[in-house]
Design a protein around this ligand. Sequence first.
Ligand SMILES: Cc1cc2nc3c(=O)[nH]c(=O)nc-3n(C[C@H](O)[C@H](O)[C@H](O)COP(=O)(O)OP(=O)(O)OC[C@H]3O[C@@H](n4cnc5c(N)ncnc54)[C@H](O)[C@@H]3O)c2cc1C
Length: 454
Amino acid sequence: MPQLIDTGNVTRTAASPTILSFPGDPGYDDARRAWNLAIDQRPAAVAMPESVDDVVAAVDYARTVGLRVAVQGTGHGARHDLLDGTLLINTVRMTGVEIDADARVARVAAGTIWIDVVDAAVEHGLTALHGSSPDVGVVGYSLGGGIGWLARKHGLSASSVLSAEVVTADGEVVRADPETNPDLFWALKGGGGSFGVVTEVEIALYPVAEAFAGWLIWPMERAAEVLGAWAAWTREVPEEVTSVGRMLQLPPIPEMPPALRGRQVVVVEAVYLGDEKSGRALLEPLLELEPEIDTFAVVPARALTDLHQDPPTPVPAAGDGWMLDAFDGSAAEALVDVAAMDGTSPLLSVEVRHLDGALGRPDPNGGVLSHFEAPYVMYSVGAPMGPVTGDAIGERVGGLRDALQPWLSQSTYFNFADTDVASSSLYPSGVFGRLAEIRAEVDPDGLFRARHTI
Ligand SMILES: Cc1cc2nc3c(=O)[nH]c(=O)nc-3n(C[C@H](O)[C@H](O)[C@H](O)COP(=O)(O)OP(=O)(O)OC[C@H]3O[C@@H](n4cnc5c(N)ncnc54)[C@H](O)[C@@H]3O)c2cc1C
């Protein structure tokens, strides 16, 4: 255990000085930085553990000096209000993936990002339930549910977590799986970071080597028609299809393909776990709308990690997401009107993701969040930089939410809700009470703070 030296405000460790940094220390600014550059988080101290022992030392330290603890893998889910009076445990140095190809299991260290798991898995003809962005953290994503391109067939990433190693509020290292600490295991799978520091997870892998996937693109003027047709299409497609209807206002930057640079477009993105012939047949109702660009092809599983074309590096971002009980032609019209993505909107992307399928049924291997009662989830985002302010983005996103009131669900999605929501709205009916009880048992003093602290 590191020896503690009192520095006045908070306390510096002598035995492992490299893992803790304080405001003013060289390294503090790098350590506190989140992927989302719009979030200027200023924790009381940051720990950069390299081992489970370091994590235990950091948790013990925080408890001793009266700081709360929050954990960051990448900072994709960083929040403005989280870190006052808090020790941030940044797991970026705890990375690694081990694959057991026969068992179809990956053992993944706390700070690992999805692309590293997928790169290791595809060598064995396997892949994982990653999301739309290759550099999102496996642990943070899975603790909040995790909706990716295989989700309508294989469910939430949380339900594919097979075990977790956790440092609890009293500094103990425990395993959580269906037999050992089953309540904690259930709570972690969708309950987020309120229950301890997860130092490692084992996750299930799936034998998917390739898929029929791509984008159909039309000019923005067709947005209401295309999104309405996409909504009707989602009601017909099998679970092998996971898709997104989306409006994009693309920046005029050289990284964009010339055909899209600086343009406003409406897009259907989809992944079909099947062959090209049947995939093309499934797409027929959308192809009848004569898209300007059709990128659909059979692609290797790895290509799905950047199908959505999320930013490859940290950026400033502001947005919010919510769930819809229905999405149809009228909802599409309301969305298009208010988003007004004509080149002057503060928003870059407004997307609706189709759920249902395996995501609409309780998963027998699932935890507190194992399915959704709502069939669609939305996320809208802008980049607060240059002339575009966070307030302008917030106002437009709020306007979208108001316009969608008739379709809005009472429930919200853990990973897409970027503002404060009632914790109970994050879960299917009837499970929140048990989650709150487990939180009170494993962290009675409320040491851990999290994106959506329970
Ligand atoms: C560009 C982008 C694309 C995204 N795409 C998708 C998507 O396709 N599907 C989807 O479902 N979500 C998606 N998300 C949302 C994303 O899943 C959440 O923001 C998630 O919280 C990110 O996890 P992280 O570890 O990368 O981020 P972090 O900000 O590092 O972590 C988020 C929270 O997870 C908890 N946490 C992280 N690590 C640990 C740990 N080791 N122990 C305990 N708690 C921990 C903490 O409470 C932390 O506040 C996306 C977000 C962005 C910005």
